[in-house]
Design a protein around this ligand. Sequence first.
Ligand code: NAD
Ligand code: GLY
Length: 356
Amino acid sequence: MEVVNVELGARRYPIYVGAGCLRELGTKLAETRCGAGVAVVTNSTVADLYLDRALASLRDAAFEPIAIQIPDGEEHKNLAWLAFVYDKLIDAGVERSGAVIALGGGVVGDLAGFAAATYLRGIPCVQVPTTLLAQVDSAIGGKTGINHVAGKNLIGAFAQPRFVLADVETLRTLPRRELIAGLAEVVKYGIILDPGLFALIENQLSAVQHLERDLLARIVRMCCTLKALVVGEDETESGYRAVLNFGHTIAHGLESLTEYKQYLHGEAVAIGMVAAARISRRLGFCPDADYQRIRKLLERCGLPTEVPADLRGEPLALALRSDKKARGGLINFVCLEAIGKTRFERLTCDEIVKHL
Ligand code: NAD
Ligand code: GLY
């Protein structure tokens, strides 16, 4: 098991990455000196696969865990299911000395993380991510929250976990489409921050797709290191952390236009990243060769790379205009100067759409 630290002073915390490390959950939690009454929040799918293992590890370390299950699906990342989790925590008498353990993908991680951040004015949270997206992105960095009918992630808090435990073995049961969507976020780290990681995926894509254990653990660790560096520099996204939004402006536009039904998040991000690289090339920042490498790698991953013809132009511009991150009609767009080098540009929605 390898450790990557998120350096946030008194709130510094470790990310443990390994194959089979779920069995260490109890031991690692015991090291935080947390009380015995803890709650594992998970969903029905992940519960069938990993809940027993998580509970056994906790009991072996003298914890008295309860399990709280929500249904599977983004549509349950809402106030009603958050209230359900609060009810269960209160019924079980989980105290401030206890902890909430989020066992699952980003949906469980965001909702359970927000429950922990707000229950009894905040109790410790541990993230045990079981999707590739959650292991390399959502479990790290303390963004927690739920959706509102008016939009995604509109209610939430920054609350860092006590630790993150990413067992890459859990990725073996992940549906193929979810794995490939998560790969888009892995490629993103290479594009924005690490040409070596990008080249590693180019060269070893087939081994990654076959879930070669050591390679997978190495790649997840590399991504965690990169995210930890960004979060350590700008915890609450007052500036630099927005680099992680590369490809996300267009991705969010596409997701909202298609009512979150057509694309998994990573798939929309893949399209958004190719579009952002193309815009960067058209603006004269990014060499054609880098643009082509990005497009080819994402295609080889099996990800979509083009904005569908019927959504280009005005429909997409309209969706971008209602982006919650737009300020005075301008979007702080993450452009590319080369693989591994980004720059921020304030662009209007029309400029973005025109250069697609
Ligand atoms: P998800 O949590 O819905 O998981 C995807 C699917 O995989 C679900 O059906 C889930 O039950 C299943 N699953 C999870 N682990 C499994 C496993 N090991 N084996 C088999 N099936 C498994 O989706 P996600 O992509 O992990 O996360 C998306 C969510 O993350 C969104 O709500 C998004 O807003 C959020 N997010 C948050 C951040 C952040 O910084 N907090 C960053 C990115 C995304
Ligand atoms: N997923 C982007 C962030 O954590 O800032």
